[in-house]
Design a binder for this molecule. Structure first.
Ligand SMILES: CC(C)(COP(=O)(O)OP(=O)(O)OC[C@H]1O[C@@H](n2cnc3c(N)ncnc32)[C@H](O)[C@@H]1OP(=O)(O)O)[C@@H](O)C(=O)NCCC(=O)NCCS
Length: 391
C-alpha cells in the first residue's frame, strides 16, 4: 500500500505515524500537487490532513474515491474554511467527518461522520483541539475499511440537509469580530450569531458597515421538492437518532410560520430540549414512517390528567400528499394503547387549512369555546382555532 499524505501544518504527527506503520510506502507533500507529481508518486490513496492548497480537477478525476479528507465539522455543515467558528455563530451540530474529495469544496461523499459534544466553556482553540482529536481517532478507526475499500460512502445529496459553506473572506470577517483570535471564548461567537439572527441589518451596521457579511442562508435548509412514498404509514417512538431530523423539521420555514414561536431554533437549544423530551413522562413523540422513510412527527403533551395537546409536523418533502392524517391516525392509535386519554386538543393558525382538516379527519374538530387549558397556553382567538375531541 502506497499512501500520499498531503499535509501542511498538522496538529501532531499522529496520522503520519499511524499511516507509516500501516503502509509499505508513505510519501508526504505540503506544496500544491500537480498531476505529473501525483503520477510520479503513484499512491493508492491520498490522505489530506491540515493541507491548504485545493486539489486540482485532473488529480481529483484520476484518484476519484481515493482522496480522503479529514474535515473538522459535521458535514454538510461547515464546508470551506473555519467551519468550527461558524458552527458556533450559526449554532449547528458540531462534529467531524471523513469524506472523499470531489470537484467541489468539501462536497464529496461522506465516509464517516460523528457528532462531538462541545459546550460553551471552550475557546476557539480548545474546541478545535477537541475536534481534531476526535477526527484523528475516527480516521484511525476507519482506515482499515477505507484501505480495503469496504467503506460505503454516502453522497451528500442523500443527507437530509443542504448544509453550509463559508469562504475565506467570510471567515476573515467573522474572525475580525473576535479580538482574542483563537483564544476567543466560543460563547462570544455564539452571542454574535444570536445578535445577527435577531436583527441582521442592525448587526451588519454595528459590525461591518459596507464590508458587512452578505445574508447567510438558513443553516437548516432541506432539499426542495416532493418525495413520493409507498406503503403503509406507521409510527414508532422517537429515539436519540431522530434528533437531527426533528431539528431540521422544526426549522422548516412553513413550520416556523405555523407555530406560535417563529424564531430559528439553534442546535444547542434543540439538543437540550430534545434530550429532556426523551426522558420526560408527560411528553411523547412519535416518528411517522412510510416506505422506509421518516415522514414526520406527532407529539402528545399532557396538559392535565387524561388531557393531551397534539402537534403534528410533516417532513416538507412529504406534505401535500394526504399522508398527514394517516400519520396522525397511526400516532393516536399507538398513543391510546399506552395512555388513558379523556380528551385531545390542538390549536392551529386560521391560515393553516391543511392542519385544521387533518385534525378534523380524526374527529378533532373546531369548537367555539377554547378550553381554559388552551387559553393558559396562550391561545389567540384572533389568529388561531381551537380543536378538541372528547373520548
Ligand atoms: C399540516 C400538515 C400536518 C398536513 O399534512 P399533509 O399531509 O401535508 O396534508 P394534506 O396535504 O393531506 O392536506 C390536508 C387537507 O387539507 C387540504 N388542503 C391542503 N392545502 C389547502 C389549502 N391551501 N386550502 C384548503 N385546503 C387545503 C387538502 O386538500 C386535504 O384535504 P382533505 O383532508 O379533505 O383531503 C402538514 O402540511 C404540515 O406538517 N405542515 C407544517 C406544520 C404544521 O402546520 N403543523 C400543524 C401546526 S398546528
Amino acid at each position: 500500500m502506497n499512501v500520499l499524505l498531503l499535509t501542511g501544518a498538522p496538529r501532531s504527527s499522529r496520522i503520519r505515524d499511524f499511516l507509516a506503520a500501516r503502509t509499505d510506502r508513505l510519501q508526504e507533500c505540503s506544496l500544491p500537487l500537480t498531476l505529473e507529481a501525483a503520477r510520479e508518486m503513484a499512491p493508492d490513496f491520498m490522505v489530506i490532513h491540515g493541507y491548504g492548497p485545493i486539489i486540482k480537477a485532473p488529480v481529483v478525476d484520476a484518484w476519484a474515491g481515493r482522496i480522503i479528507n479529514l474535515h473538522n465539522t459535521f458535514l454538510p455543515w461547515g464546508r470551506g474554511l473555519m467551519g468550527n467558528v461558524w458552527s458556533y455563530f450559526e449554532d449547528v451540530p458540531k462534529g467531524v467527518s471523513l469524506h472523499s474529495v470531489d470537484a467541489g469544496v468539501d462536497t464529496g461523499d461522506v465516509i464517516a461522520r460523528r457528532p462531538v459534544s462541545l459546550g460553551l466553556e471552550e475557546t476557539l482553540q480548545s474546541s478545535w483541539e477537541v475536534l481534531m482529536d476526535a477526527l484523528e481517532r475516527m480516521f484511525m478507526e476507519q482506515w482499515e475499511g477505507i484501505a480495503a475499500r469496504r467503506a460505503a460512502p454516502t453522497p451528500q445529496a442523500m443527507l437530509d440537509a443542504l448544509g453550509t459553506h463559508h469562504d475565506r473572506k467570510a471567515g476573515d470577517w467573522l474572525l475580525s469580530l473576535c479580538p482574542q483570535r483563537w483564544q476567543t471564548p466560543v460563547a462570544h461567537v455564539a452571542a454574535l450569531g444570536r445578535e445577527y439572527r435577531e436583527d441582521p441589518a442592525a448587526f451588519a451596521q454595528r459590525c461591518g458597515g459596507e464590508r458587512a457579511l452578505p445574508p447567510l442562508p438558513p443553516p437548516t435548509s432541506m432539499p426542495q421538492g416532493k418525495a413520493g412514498v409507498e406503503g403503509e404509514v406507521s409510527v414508532r417512538p422517537a429515539t436519540a437518532e431522530d434528533s437531527l431530523i426533528n431539528w431540521l423539521w422544526v426549522n422548516d420555514p412553513v413550520t416556523r410560520a405555523m407555530f406560535k414561536k417563529n424564531h430559528y431554533v439553534g442546535w444547542s437549544e434543540h439538543e437540550q430540549w430534545y434530550g429532556g423530551l426523551l426522558r420526560r413522562q408527560d411528553m411523547f413523540l412519535y416518528i411517522g414512517l412510510a416506505g422506509g422513510r421518516r415522514i414526520g412527527n406527532v407529539r402528545f403533551d399532557r396538559r392535565a390528567p387524561g388531557t393531551y395537546e397534539i402537534s403534528i409536523n410533516m417532513d416538507p418533502r412529504h406534505r401535500g400528499q394526504g399522508l398527514g392524517h394517516r400519520m396522525l391516525a397511526a400516532a393516536i392509535g399507538a398513543f391510546r394503547a399506552r395512555a388513558e386519554v379523556s380528551m385531545f386538543f390542538a390549536m392551529a393558525k386560521k391560515s393553516n387549512p391543511p392542519s385544521i382538516k387533518t385534525f378534523a379527519r380524526l374527529g378533532i374538530h373546531v369548537t367555539a369555546e377554547a378550553s381554559p387549558l388552551a387559553v393558559s397556553r396562550g391561545f389567540d382567538p384572533e389568529t388561531e382555532v381551537y380543536m378538541e375531541r372528547r373520548l
